[in-house]
Design a binder for this molecule. Structure first.
Ligand code: AMP
Length: 192
């Protein structure tokens, strides 16, 4: 299996690149943010809970996020691999993901990180907020909160994968296709 963690701050382009990568490598895209938003739309219990955190730019608690992710993975037992987009976002999530994947006889192949400066992220998120319909993309304070949470809780997850020799950073600024090409190059190296 080819299991990729697509990593990077909010606005780095993870969603855009995921949709291209799943086509090329025939993978299943699992975006925890998208799954939460679908639950909000469907007015599920999980959606109501998630919304109370997302609207403030905070992370949804680990237990909830981890069990949701696990059940999503189990929904496609014949997948050739997964792109995890927006997960793991904490050290606890990274550890839980490793354990869970081990329990189903697979593992993370590599973490690909899209590297983008904060000023650029703020600009991109505000622009996206104009038509994304996402409440958390409109308010500059919420955007800043998400970037701060990323720096404090999510960025250190990089060390977890670096320690396993699985971390690859890619410049996330430039043409979408050029960035996609760089990501593919790293994948080709990893799969040999
Ligand atoms: P995203 O679509 O990845 O930008 O995520 C939007 C929001 O969903 C985040 O700001 C969090 O509130 C929540 N969220 C998404 N993924 C996670 C995760 N792995 N852990 C906790 N909260 C998450």
């Amino acid at each position: 299996m080819l299991n990729i963690v697509l990593f990077g701050p909010p606005g780095a382009g993870k969603g855009t690149q995921s949709s291209k990568l799943i086509v090329k490598y025939n993978l299943v895209h699992l975006s925890t943010g998208d799954i939460f938003r679908a639950n909000i739309k469907g007015e599920t219990e999980l959606g109501v809970l998630a919304k109370s955190y997302m609207d403030k730019g905070q992370l949804v608690p680990d237990e909830v996020t981890i069990s949701m992710l696990q059940s999503e993975v189990l929904k496609t037992p014949n997948a050739k691999g997964f792109i995890f987009d927006g997960f793991p976002r904490t050290h606890a999530q990274a550890e839980a993901l490793d354990k869970f994947l081990y329990s189903i006889s697979t593992e993370i192949s590599l973490m690909l990180a899209l590297e983008v400066e904060e000023d650029e992220l703020r600009k991109r998120l505000l622009l996206r907020g104009k038509d994304s319909g996402r409440a958390d993309d409109v308010n500059p304070e919420i955007i800043q909160k998400r970037i701060d949470v990323y720096n404090a809780e999510t960025f250190p997850v990089k060390d977890f994968y670096q320690a396993q020799n699985k971390y690859k950073g890619v410049n996330g600024v430039g043409e979408v296709d050029a960035i996609f090409h760089s990501l593919c190059e790293e994948i080709e190296v990893a799969i040999g």
